[in-house]
Structure formats: structure tokens, C-alpha cells
Write a protein that binds this ligand. Structure first.
Ligand SMILES: NC(=O)c1ccc[n+]([C@@H]2O[C@H](COP(=O)([O-])OP(=O)(O)OC[C@H]3O[C@@H](n4cnc5c(N)ncnc54)[C@H](OP(=O)(O)O)[C@@H]3O)[C@@H](O)[C@H]2O)c1
Length: 267
């Protein structure tokens, strides 16, 4: 399967590096198109893939096309190659806010089309990618999308109507989680821990909690109660959290991100 990347920024590199590392693709099966010479040189040197500044060349050579430019650059890029696109192509767009209908408005309904919302953790093989598919997509296409993004983390198919919530939770989520992490580190430093150690403790606690919950499937409420023995240290801290507005603030944070995603989809 020849794979073409239209745009070779952070997200394209994160996905491409996992594909090569997992040996899902040989470098010679990948062609990367970017307008930046610096990015082309980097990708060629780092991954030994073919590079070009001509999107038409990629569309000519590849049956799977990953659209990985910024949302505002998508329409112009696709308009430039739309006449070349046909039933042989599977187009996979990761552009935030670009709906299947909007993309088909540019490329038509001949190419099969999948929309994916990945996140930045793709770059360490722990991404969360959610996809939805246009009507013309086959089960084999879905399997291909699962396999490609599965090389860099977890993959889930959901209806497109869920994409604003997905964007808020797993797309923007890494920034929200990092924000909380930063606050925990700051609080630990105030208690006297060296910053570097506080960072390790906070990060490992986050990883350990997530892996534990995901591995065991434990009920989250019961897990919290299991850590918090009566009148113990955790209970003392939890009492502060429960008396605070933190739950409302998180509701509002995700709601604001989802609302912005809705706005961008309509732009
Ligand atoms: N970053 C995230 O956490 C995240 C999460 C989910 C989804 N996404 C989506 O992933 C997509 C890529 O994001 P990114 O962060 O990887 O962006 P990025 O780092 O800016 O990469 C895009 C690359 O495409 C190049 N480019 C622009 N127009 C082009 C064209 N017509 N033909 C070929 N190359 C072109 C850009 O060059 P210049 O820099 O010179 O313009 C840049 O090198 C976006 O649509 C974004 O919405 C990102």
C-alpha cells in the first residue's frame, strides 16, 4: 500500500514514524509532500521517505492519502488535486473541524473518505484517534484506518455527530491534563519537593492511574474510595476537591472546547 502524506508537520511525522517503526510500511512505500523545504529535507533524512513539493505527484503515486495540513490550508490543497482523485483513492483527513460534508464539497464523492481526530500523543505511540467514515467507505478501508492509526495508539470509530465532544476530550485533552499536572507540580514544589522530582512523581502518578484503570476496568468511583481510607491523607485532600468547583470548571472547559469545535466546523 503506497501512502502519501499531504503536509509533513508534527502530526504527519508522529504517524509516519510509528508506521515505519512498527514496520507497517517500508519507507519506500511512503511519499511526503510539504511546501517547506526544511520539512522535506528533515523527513527525507530522518525516515528515508520520498519527498516532493508537488501534491499531484503524491496523488498520482499513492492510493492512501493522509491530509495533514492545517485546516485553513485544506481546501486550497485539495482543490488543486481534486480532478486527479477517483474511486481508487482513500483520503484520510486529520484536519480539525473539517467535516466529511465539507471535504466532499471540495473533492466530490468519488474518493473514499475518512475523517480522523487524533491527538498529539501519537508522537509517543500513545495517541487516541477517533474516526468516522463517509458512506462510500468499505470495511477494508476502515480496517486500513484502524491499522494505520493503531500503530500510534488506540483507535475508535464513532459517528461524526460526536466529533465536537471528541475534539474537546481527546483532541484538546492533552493540554487540559498537562495544565492540571502543572498545577500539581507547582503545589508539590510549594510543599518542598525539588521541581524535577515533583515532575517525575506527578507524571508517573498520572500514567500509573490511567494504566491501572484501563487495565483493570475498575469503577472509577470505587477506585477513588479504595485509595482514600477513612480519615486518611487522601480523604483530607478529596474533601477539598469535593467542596470546590473543580467539577463545574471541567464541565465548562470541555463545553467551551466543544463549542469552539462546532464553530470551526461551520466556518
Ligand atoms: N497538533 C495537534 O494536537 C492536532 C490534533 C488533532 C488534529 N490535528 C490536525 O492535524 C493537522 C496537522 O497539524 P500539525 O500540528 O501537524 O500542523 P503543522 O505542524 O503546521 O504541519 C502542517 C505542514 O503542512 C505544510 N503545508 C501547508 N500547506 C501545504 C500545502 N498546500 N501542501 C503541502 N504542505 C503544506 C506546512 O508548511 P508551513 O508550516 O510552511 O505552512 C507544515 O509543514 C491539522 O489540520 C490539525 O487540525 C492536530
Amino acid at each position: 500500500m503506497a501512502i502519501g502524506f499531504l503536509g509533513a508537520g508534527k502530526m504527519a511525522e508522529a504517524l509516519l514514524s510509528s508506521l515505519v517503526l512498527d514496520e507497517l510500511c517500508e519507507p519506500w512505500e511512503i511519499i511526503v509532500c510539504d511546501i517547506s523545504k526544511e520539512r522535506r529535507d528533515w523527513m527525507a533524512e530522518q525516515y528515508e521517505v520520498a519527498v516532493t513539493d508537488d501534491a499531484a505527484e503524491v496523488v498520482e503515486e499513492c492510493d492512501v492519502l493522509v491530509v495533514a495540513v492545517k485546516p485553513q490550508d485544506v481546501d486550497a490543497l485539495l482543490a488543486g488535486v481534486k480532478d486527479q482523485l477517483n474511486e481508487e483513492h482513500l483520503v484520510i483527513s486529520i484536519a480539525a473541524g473539517k467535516t466529511l460534508a465539507a471535504l466532499q464539497g471540495v473533492i466530490g464523492t468519488k474518493p473514499r473518505l475518512v475523517r480522523v481526530m487524533p491527538n498529539l500523543a501519537l508522537s509517543v505511540g500513545e495517541g487516541m484517534s477517533v474516526f468516522c467514515a463517509a458512506e462510500n467507505v468499505t470495511e477494508d478501508d476502515k480496517d486500513a484506518a484502524m491499522e494505520l492509526f493503531g500503530a500510534a495508539g488506540a483507535v475508535l470509530e464513532l459517528p461524526e455527530q460526536n466529533f465536537d465532544a471528541v475534539t474537546a476530550l481527546s483532541g484538546s485533552g492533552p493540554a487540559f491534563v498537562a495544565y492540571v499536572l502543572q498545577a500539581m507540580i507547582k503545589a508539590a514544589v510549594a510543599l518542598g519537593l525539588p521541581e524535577e522530582d515533583a515532575r517525575l512523581l506527578a507524571e508517573q502518578t498520572l500514567i500509573g492511574t490511567a494504566v491501572h484503570l484501563q487495565t483493570t476496568g475498575d469503577d472509577i468511583g470505587e477506585f477513588i474510595q479504595a485509595v482514600a481510607s477513612p480519615k486518611g491523607t487522601t480523604a483530607a485532600g478529596l474533601a477539598v476537591l469535593e467542596a470546590s468547583d473543580v467539577s463545574t470548571v471541567i464541565d465548562q472547559t470541555l463545553a467551551a472546547a466543544a463549542a469552539r469545535s462546532r464553530e470551526l466546523s461551520k466556518a
